[in-house]
Design a binder for this molecule. Structure first.
Ligand SMILES: Nc1ncnc2c1ncn2[C@@H]1O[C@H](COP(=O)(O)OP(=O)(O)O)[C@@H](O)[C@H]1O
Ligand code: SF4
Ligand SMILES: [Mg+2]
Length: 365
């Protein structure tokens, strides 16, 4: 892990990003004023419930959205503004500079094309090597992503691979042109927990080898805790808390983050699992004030009219929370059943290449 993360200039700077969809019900604000930086070599997590705007945020960065979407704001990459780039220029950037992998590996693969040819195609699209060179490079990539007998399997079709092996193929395709940034949107959600952990470990190992930055999206705070240096928590199309993983997971300053932590199995122990009551807010004409109001145990009248903004809770610019009552937010490790469980949160936040967080926390009964 690079020690100076956060001190070098960011590789990606996102400011005031908004993506609105025209829908029959009205304008849906899927991403509503999102700002963050991505630093070289870091793993930046985006976590939040389903529908909070994580995927649309990622897709907005690289212009992978339907025509009903309108994106505004700024995404700076390598001195270039990405918002508003033509589809053709953006396509050139995708893969070669910024790659994306999705939850469902099957949808990313062509079922009637050999996997080696699909990896080679990604190399060819960016003008890499000749035919024989591409085949050799495809086999090499398959080895690096841990596919056994790569020289034989290069001529297999996707359906001949298991789910985990297919996701490895997708990762090989994403890495074919050595991108600087990998957007990984729920890359392990469709996989069972052992395979999930193998894929996450693989991504982190490849990150070191390739020296890339990763934006890892998950609805599962456990996955984020295991892998990320910094974390943004999304709610209702906005970032509600952002900071170093170790800080945010042990001293959360937004009630929603506390809710996510308390619903995490293995830290508060399965028997204390408390899901956050209520439902996410409507993103069409959201009410003014705090979007978490209806579900927040700390809400007061003022929250309804408060001009919600991300506040600098440590006065060092490194930990932000969208809650004016952030000083009163409590996360009570003492309520946990054993001391070791709060240790587990810390350990999960600070270590990488781990076994699943469920195993780090406590015993399932
Ligand atoms: N193509 C689309 N048209 C209209 N609304 C969309 C579209 N894609 C996503 N949305 C809406 O945008 C919001 C954010 O979605 P998404 O980013 O996929 O959430 P997440 O990835 O956090 O689960 C949701 O309310 C979703 O219904
Ligand atoms: S601003 Fe109010 S409603 Fe929103 S999270 Fe803070 S206390 Fe809860
Ligand atoms: Mg999603």
């Amino acid at each position: 892990m690079a020690m100076d993360k956060g001190r070098e200039p960011p590789i990606l700077t996102v400011r005031g990003l908004r993506t609105y969809f025209a829908t029959d019900a009205g304008v849906l604000r899927a991403v509503d004023n999102v700002s963050f930086d991505l630093y070289p070599g870091e793993t930046f997590g985006i976590v939040g419930e389903s529908g909070s705007g994580k995927s649309v945020t990622c897709r907005s960065l690289i212009g992978l959205l339907p025509t009903s979407a309108r994106t505004t704001g700024s995404v700076q990459y390598g001195g270039r503004e990405l918002v508003g780039l033509s589809a053709r220029v953006m396509q050139g950037l995708r893969g070669a500079h910024i790659s994306m992998i999705f939850q469902d590996p099957m949808s990313a693969l062509n079922p009637v094309m050999k996997v080696g040819a699909q990896i080679a195609e990604a190399l060819e699209a960016h003008g890499k090597a000749n035919r024989a060179g591409r085949r050799a490079a495809a086999i090499d990539l398959m080895r690096r992503v841990g596919i056994p007998l790569a020289e034989r399997r290069v001529d297999d079709y996707p359906h001949q691979f298991s789910g985990g092996m297919r996701q490895r193929v997708v990762i090989a395709i994403a890495l074919a042109c050595r991108p600087q940034i990998l957007l990984a949107d729920e890359p392990t959600t469709a996989l069972d927990v052992t395979i999930q952990d193998q894929i996450l470990s693989l991504l982190l190992a490849l990150q070191q080898e390739f020296g890339m930055s990763i934006i890892l999206v998950s609805h599962d705070l456990g996955v984020i805790a295991e892998t990320c240096d910094r974390v943004a928590v999304m709610y209702g199309g906005q970032i509600v808390e952002m900071g170093a993983a170790a800080t945010l997971l042990t001293r959360p300053r937004h009630p929603y983050t506390v809710g996510l932590l308390r619903s995490l199995p293995g830290t508060t122990a399965t028997r204390y699992l408390t899901p956050i009551p209520g439902a996410p807010p409507s993103l069409v004409d959201p009410a003014p004030g705090c979007r978490f109001y209806d579900r927040c145990p700390l809400h007061t009248e003022r929250c309804r009219t408060w001009a919600t903004e991300l506040l600098d809770v440590e006065a060092d610019g490194r930990h932000l929370a969208r809650c004016w009552r952030h000083e009163e937010v409590e996360f009570e490790p003492l309520e946990m059943t054993r001391e070791t469980e709060s240790d587990a949160v810390l350990a999960a936040a600070s270590s990488r290449y781990r076994t699943p967080i469920q195993d780090a926390g406590g015993q399932h009964e």
